[in-house]
Design a protein around this ligand. Sequence first.
Ligand code: ZN
Length: 165
Amino acid sequence: MKFEKTAELKNANLVMKFSGLIGEGADFGNYEFDKINSLIIDFSDVKLINSVGISVWVKWFYLAQTKNAKLNIHFLRCPKVLVDQFNNIPSFLPKNTLVRSFAVPMSCESCSSEIGLTLLEGKDYILNKTTNVYDIKLPNANCPTCGAPMTTDINAKRYFSFLKP
Ligand SMILES: [Zn+2]
């Protein structure tokens, strides 16, 4: 498995998609971040990140934000492998990044199917402007294979702890 990416500059928005393994040799690319308003990255096909990849990641986002302190960063469809890093390594999630969607692992006790259920910002988790914390609703999911209700074994308090305004 190797790292792959796509990148497309639309107006002043850099829209990217990362796939595969973020590790040795992963090259996120060089961009003129001072000329970019928003960086939008879809991570849905990221399978794994290792310690080398974490180092590449942290340096790259740090450089991007150094070149443009007002860069808007939006993360889409983050898989569990990234959510775990958001929660484990405080510097991993770039500051002021909006996580617009992420996956919650769900499993079926009847047939052992597993899926990543996507939670959407503004729908499944909403920032409460009074308390300044996110209200999180874990949606119900039925197994795509057999239709039974699915369950999750995540520790919700820990798994959602990266959701800080
Ligand atoms: Zn099932």
